[in-house]
Write a protein that binds this ligand. Sequence first.
Ligand code: HEC
Length: 115
Amino acid sequence: MAFPPQMLHADSWRAMMGDLSHHFGSDASLDEKRRIAITDFLVANANGRKTGTTRDAAGKPLLRITETARFAKKHREIAAATFQRASIKSPANCTACHRQAATGDYSERSINIPK
Ligand code: HEC
């Protein structure tokens, strides 16, 4: 599933796309033409809000959507134990609950939290 560009700040996408050979433990390297085209798309559609919450304590851009303030705010009613259920495993497993996430639909009517 591809994440919607609005979920991260442009600085985060630039940092991520600038180091694809170390992409959360995988080598996701692309040829330069495609890397630049995808980076441009992500940056152009990124979360443009200047909230000061898009970087970690050391000032580096956050690379994980689940570490952003927006994610925490939208999911504050979900217990940590829920995210750890065998059917979910991790907050990063968006599609476990957002059944239409692959189409960019995160609306409430498409949410179904598995038991
Ligand atoms: C355990 C189930 C679960 C997982 C996993 C999960 N979410 Fe959610 N998410 C929810 C629920 C429930 C809400 C609705 C909160 C509300 O509206 O009160 C929500 C709300 C949202 C919203 C706000 C939707 C809106 O219309 O306001 C977004 C965006 C979102 N989630 C993105 C994500 C992304 C991206 C991931 C993965 C990185 C993710 N979620 C993982 C359950 C989950």
